[in-house]
Design a protein around this ligand. Sequence first.
Ligand code: PRT
Ligand code: ZN
Length: 226
Amino acid sequence: SPAARDRLRIAIQKSGRLAEPARALLASCGLSWRESRDRLFCYGETLPVDLLLVRDDDIPGLIADGVCDLGVVGRNVLREQDGERRAGGRASAFREWRALGFGGCRLALAVPEAWDWRGPAQLAGKRIATSYPALLSAWLAEQGVDAQVVLLSGSVEIAPRLGQAEAICDLVSSGATLAANQLKATTTLLESEAVLAGPVDAFDDVRGELAELLLRRLDGALRIRH
Ligand code: PRT
Ligand code: ZN
């Protein structure tokens, strides 16, 4: 279990879609920080709550390793990494504590516009490109469909045109990217948004009280927003 600490450390995205909204939400909870020159660590001034600025993909692992206590990350990333851990026989090491109401998108299956979509069975024997292999594999298994998962770290939507796959499974918000690549969304595998992620169990030192205080303020801030 993570080493005891008397300050709470929250990981947020350094740059990207969730970076500014995450900071703004935490600031609306009364937190403020003094920034270090490298902009990787922000020291909490009003409360002993520090920020670590990282890649979003690193956030679940930082919580699992006890390097950070909490994190703001897409549910898609959190569920994918939990799925990968459990597929590898490891126990869950983080979970969703709160849905935060921004960064909304969906993980969807998309096929060429020319396809006459009749359902998941149509994917049998096909290649599906994705950056979410655990979530896609779990869904395929649930549907009883035997398809090949092609793992790509980026530019998933171009894979069908490049001949790497017949279909894709990727995040969609406006749908413009799919349309630009002559693809159409079919089934939604996961509705996603930014979430506050934390360990599976409560903290057993002063971080527990800090986390409770933060959650109370967060719930207040989220109520005002909605
Ligand atoms: O550098 P770092 O690794 O931290 O950032 P990143 O590039 O991996 O992440 P970033 O900032 O792109 O996304 C962070 C999180 O924002 C994601 O994990 C999602 O939870 C959330 N989010 C919300 C999205 C989108 N909407 C989104 N539309 N993440 C990505 N997209 C991409 C999608 O992959 C596709 O390429 O936008 C394109 C589709 O958008 P539309 O509007 O054309 O449908
Ligand atoms: Zn990322």
